[in-house]
Design a binder for this molecule. Structure first.
Ligand code: GAR
Length: 198
């Protein structure tokens, strides 16, 4: 069985969409894959309760307990490695990961970012898209490399930017697409057997 470990920091709506897709589309039978654990850097992350309600292992590695990014990433990797993951999924995980962590999971670490990368890496993507006068915005699922919000693009979805949009209304429209795109991109990754022979 291929284990998937999902890292979150907050509400976990993308994680929930992935978990629901795994159940609905029977990833265990179809892909030999399961969501093995959900790990957060924040104890108060709402997504932890959702994961538990689906019978998924949860763990918290509070970044505030560690003096350096390296020490935090080392502790995080220890928890993640205990599930021997085939895939590590960043789903609203709001910490910058060290090259050591990224390289450890090279080729099996994916992220979702709420913009059409390479446009608008980093924070406040929706506000920046509105201020730039963009007519479309969207979301990107990509492989994680050591450069923040870069790496080979696996999937994208586009939404219109409407004249009256605020960052909040645009974020809501993008998030609805995130919930469709991320499970689909992961299922695609799982069925791409060439990756598993690397
Ligand atoms: C999502 O919009 C995700 O794309 C974004 O955080 C939100 C998490 O929501 N991620 C980033 O900005 C990463 N750079 P969720 O916790 O409800 O899935």
């Amino acid at each position: 069985m291929k284990n998937i470990v999902i890292l979150i920091s907050g509400g976990g709506s993308n994680m929930e969409a992935i978990v629901r897709a795994a159940e609905r589309d029977r990833w265990a039978e179809r892909h030999g894959a399961r969501i093995a654990a959900v790990v957060s850097n924040k104890a108060e992350a709402g997504g932890l309760a959702i994961a538990k309600a689906h019978g998924i292992d949860t763990a918290v590695v509070p970044h505030k307990d560690f003096a350096t990014r390296e020490a935090f990433d080392e502790a995080l990797a220890k928890v993640v490695d205990s599930y021997a993951p085939a895939l590590v999924v960043l789903a609203g995980f709001m910490r910058i990961l060290t090259p050591g962590f990224v390289n450890r999971y090279a080729g099996r670490l994916v992220n979702i970012h709420p913009s059409l990368l390479p446009a608008f890496p980093g924070l406040h993507t929706h506000q920046r898209a509105i201020e730039a006068g963009c007519k479309v915005a969207g979301v990107t699922v990509h492989q994680v490399t050591t450069e923040l919000d870069h790496g080979p693009i696996l999937a994208q979805a586009v939404v219109p930017v409407l004249p009256d949009d605020t960052a909040a209304t645009l974020a809501g429209r993008v998030l609805a697409q995130e919930h469709l795109l991320y499970p689909r991109a992961i299922a695609g990754w799982l069925s791409d057997t060439s990756r598993h022979n690397e």
